[in-house]
Design a protein around this ligand. Sequence first.
Ligand SMILES: Cc1ncc(COP(=O)(O)O)c(C=O)c1O
Length: 319
Amino acid sequence: MPDEIIITSGSMQGLSLVAQALGRRGDTVLVEQPTYMGMIHILEMQGLRPIPIPFDAEGPELDAIERALRVERPRFMYTVPTFHNPTGFNMSSTRRRDLLQLASRNHLPIVEDDIYGMLAYDAPPPLAMKANDPADLVIYISSFSKVLMPGLRVGYMVAPQAFYDHLLSLKRANDLFGTTFVQHAVAEFLRQGRLRAHLKRVLPVYRSRRDALLRSLARYMPSGVTWTKPTGGYSSWVTLPEDNMLAVYRAALGHGLAFTPGEAFLIAPRTSRHLRLCFGNQPAEDIADLVAILGDLIRNQPADSFVKKLDVPIYAPLA
Ligand SMILES: Cc1ncc(COP(=O)(O)O)c(C=O)c1O
């Protein structure tokens, strides 16, 4: 319904407003482990403490959530249930239902980040959690950054009645209505049905990049390395057999190859064993060569205990 929607300057603003509206300095927030590093940044900058919830095969573990509810009294849970960043995972429909029931019993607001929901390569995407939300506990957040372009800074949230007025006031206190000129341009693009046409054109391109990545990983990764097989979104989460991601990262930069170190997406433990590979912006024809180089580097790097720690923080922590 229009009176549940707030237009935001990208998803980041939606996430930031929610953190301001629902949390106070020192409060805790449940997040998946791993989770989107931008949300970790927002929470840390606002003095909120993220509590990591590990995944099992279906999604964030319910037992861990129940435990954290008892011990930590979190203000909300942040989740990316569809084509999760960085893993590309989808939460199962059973887990979505059970998580919503658990949230409802405990009055725990769920912040659903659905920014990749339209980028499905193999089958229609799962239904958003917000679509089955009888208790009106889900704050749904998305944007046009991944399906059109991040520089538009046009996003939206669907907010439960209980939070709507506060979120709208915060939005206005931040930047009034945002860039309405660009919002009108996006609205016109949508009205003319051009987003659908655009997706029809780009989804096969992203699918071929995803396929190239998975084929190349199978061909070039040394044994012991594992990776996720995303059915949508932009990224795969690669796990190394040893803690030598940092050494691989440094060596890769020397070859003009960049990836995001897994540590950026982890709360605790922040093991040096993971990396996120983004295929969204890599031409399919380059991917095999890049993965072949990466495979060689992984095979040949020493453990991180022999490597000087990176001195550049991924973001500036609170003093
Ligand atoms: C899961 C997730 N949420 C939010 C964002 C930020 O989106 P926006 O550019 O719309 O602020 C990103 C961008 O990478 C993301 O991966």
